[in-house]
Design a protein around this ligand. Sequence first.
Ligand code: B12
Length: 478
Amino acid sequence: MLTLINTNRMTPPIAPVGVDYVAGAVRRAGIDVEVLDLGLAEDPHAAMAQHFARHQPQLVGLSLRNVDDCFWPSGASFLPGLCDTVAALRTLTAAPIVLGGVGFSIFARRVVEQTSADFGIRGDGETSLVALLQALRAGRGFGRVEGLIWRDRATIRVNPPAWPARLDVPTERDAVDNAAYFRRGGQIGVETKRGCCRQCVYCADPLAKGPAARVREPAEVADEVEALLGQGIDVLHLCDCEFNIPPDHARAVCDEFIRRRLRQRVRWYTYMAVTPFDGDLARRMAAAGCVGINFTGDAAAQAMLTCYGQPHRPEDLAHAVRLCKEHGMAVMVDLLLGGPGETPQTLSETIHFVRRLAPDCAGAALGIRVYPNTAMERLVAAEGPWHSNLNLRHHYEGPVDLLKPTFYIAAALGEHAARLVRKLIDGDPRFFEPADETPGIGTDRQGDHNYNENRELVEAIASGARGAYWDILRKLRT
Ligand code: B12
């Protein structure tokens, strides 16, 4: 038997989609699995004690969705909490512990070392977790489990990541209490694919999900949406990095939703790249039930788009916003301010351009989380010694360690970069503004869009609001 634990306790709570899929796959392989959801538990320690008083599993799996909140002013890390959870589990069970999840997969080996877990699986969990259970039973074969990080006497071994080209994802969605998450979290996630072939310099998705898109059958995705509808869930957020890459698959998913007339029963939101996007895709998306798109805009100064490795031009962003308006879908533009080469001039170009576009809202995130093994890490390394790099900011003590929340904010923006951004926004209510540096969470929140311990959202959802968080927040504002 396997115990699968969701460790994510951020609020509003997001249903652990990965746990749902992995538990379904393990069950399908004929292995018993119990889900212990700390995201819904009043007291996580009591919940763990209760669970292990009743169950003695062969393996305990911990899902780590977020290593940190990836948000500069707070820079909250969840690793200390994960270490505590692993330590508490050691007192409750002798079963080996395996870690997995998207956040985990970005750093995999480092998190295994830090927490002293027995194993980790980098990448997809469905097949590898079953293979690990089989290897444990046989007492050998660990070298063949895809994505496995394991201890071979004193050495830590790292197998190639688990990114199977053919996806076989269970569609039942019945291992997690999705209805409870819908009541408290306002939306539920569904994936149509995994992986991304884009080269955005800062992005960690290729590290966790692989460098090429691996698509699901549109009919399976629609089956899953219908399974969620059966649980009373009618507002979804896609979990693809970018829904429109590759565009053929996005069209095929929309066509299947249209064929099943899902638009009458479900509303959905998604992340999208600015290109490729045209009138045909916009029309199909709206007809398939899409009510809101959050674009990876990043910037509207060409120099910054080039620096970030974005293939779109500012005009493409304007076109994308126009298409959304024409087709009745709400639109958010996500900006990433302060990257390498950002100056007060490029910042002003971006903000003024986006203000003229008048999207329904825009996220003015200041500071880029620097992840290891990305082009961004290489760019920073090329700037000279890490310890004296004035573009790097972090709240922790000691030398730069990319496992801890570390951000890039171009020093050319001066000491008070957030203030400068707010000045350019000039009170435009459509923007989610960056707060000043406020280590910790839940403090001094003034209109930002950090969804970590976001009381405004929790209260709105409790009062009945549903949808993407940016859409809920912007409606509260206007
Ligand atoms: C969609 C999304 C959102 C949506 C969620 C919508 C919804 N209802 O689900 C919204 C917009 C709400 C959101 C919010 C946030 N997000 Co988000 N989000 C994503 C995204 C794109 C998909 C996540 C997802 O569900 N994937 C699908 C599931 C099936 O995949 P999975 O969880 O990885 O599970 C698989 C494997 O990891 C593995 N697995 C999972 N668990 C386990 C357990 C074991 C034991 C094993 C072996 C394997 C295993 O198997 C699963 C199936 O193959 C990811 C990036 C990405 N491409 O994944 C970012 C991502 C997870 N988000 C991130 C962040 C930072 C956040 C926020 C903290 C942002 C903020 N400050 O507000 C919040 C946190 C919200 C919360 N309460 O948790 C970061 C985390 C990075 C980090 N440093 O840790 C990511 C990676 C994006 C990024 N690159 O920066 N997010």
